[in-house]
Design a protein around this ligand. Structure first.
Ligand SMILES: NC(=O)c1ccc[n+]([C@@H]2O[C@H](COP(=O)([O-])OP(=O)(O)OC[C@H]3O[C@@H](n4cnc5c(N)ncnc54)[C@H](O)[C@@H]3O)[C@@H](O)[C@H]2O)c1
Length: 266
């Protein structure tokens, strides 16, 4: 875009789906992007492991010694039996928190902005004994929590662990936002509803039938959002125009969270 200052942005999970559209969008504004992904990234790393995270953080420091304008922490997985429950937490929660913390110094150098992709269902997920978001938020010990969740019965499908990881990530963003903003770094979250990407194949129920994803705007039409809709929200929050926004959870879900929870902001 004419007159816009070109920046350098890191996107995690930028090879497919929402992340790929975010890469396209940032590039269309003339920005440089670095995609960290387990598959097909500019940096290939498994963010579900400490070694993968360390490698990715170290490579970004080599590539961007003068700092980062933005970080879109978007990677994620869902569902069992494809993945161990603990791996879902390690990828979605610990993988996001550790990458964001590990790149904070580079964001601070340029007063950069950070956004994490959470889930619109955080606003209305039913809570029960296998939810571990409080443990993630209040204890935060990856090894111990992962050991615990792998003792959980698999009859409860992995959606509970998936939603736990996303609730905890949204809470983490809210908690760190004030102190990071005081250091010049904005951090927010985008909470999508049902988006037509491969991650949805790992949920047990077809999206159109799922009670987790009511679609008031297009009810009963089997409609899911386009990944480009969510990419717009993510890119907006890391680009220069969003200077004053920090600690926000932006629902990008065609009004589902508002329909279910009209009196609650989170
Ligand atoms: N699709 C939806 O309906 C929906 C709804 C709410 C939230 N989200 C969130 O949006 C984000 C993007 O999901 P999507 O729908 O585009 O799914 P997707 O499966 O199309 O993309 C996920 C990306 O993350 C990468 N990834 C997965 N595991 C990784 C790992 N261990 N290390 C590094 N990269 C890894 C994948 O390779 C892929 O490129 C996720 O955080 C997801 O939880 C999606």
């Amino acid at each position: 875009m004419e007159g816009e200052k070109m920046g350098i942005y890191v996107i995690t999970g930028g090879s497919k789906g929402i992340g790929e559209k975010t890469v396209d969008l940032l590039r269309s504004h003339g920005h440089k992007t670095i995609n960290i992904d387990i598959d097909g990234g500019d940096i290939n790393a498994d963010l579900g492991t400490p070694e993968g995270r360390a490698e990715a953080i170290s490579q970004v420091h080599v590539l961007c010694p003068d700092g980062l304008d933005g970080l879109v922490c978007n990677h994620g997985i869902a569902g069992i039996p494809r993945f161990k429950l603990s791996y879902v937490l390690s990828v979605n929660y610990f993988g996001a928190v550790k990458i964001i913390e590990g790149l904070f110094d580079l964001l601070k150098m340029k007063s950069g902005k950070c956004v994490a992709t959470v889930s619109g269902a955080i606003a209305y997920a039913t809570r029960g004994r296998y939810y571990v978001d409080e443990l993630l938020t209040n204890c935060g010990d990856e090894e111990r929590i992962c050991r615990l969740v792998d003792t959980f019965p698999l009859c409860e499908d992995g959606e509970i662990i998936y939603f736990s990881s996303k609730i905890a990530l949204a809470n983490w963003v809210r908690r760190i936002a004030p102190s990071w903003a005081a250091q010049g770094v904005n951090v927010n979250a985008v909470a999508p509803g049902a988006v037509a990407t491969t991650i949805m194949h790992n949920f047990k129920r077809p999206v159109a039938e799922s009670y987790y994803y009511p679609m008031p705007a297009m009810f009963k039409q089997g409609w899911t959002m386009d990944p480009a809709d969510v990419a717009q929200a993510l890119a907006f929050l890391v680009m220069p125009g969003a200077g004053g926004i920090s600690g926000a959870i932006l629902f990008c879900d065609t009004g589902s969270a508002a329909l279910i929870n009209p009196d609650k902001q989170l």
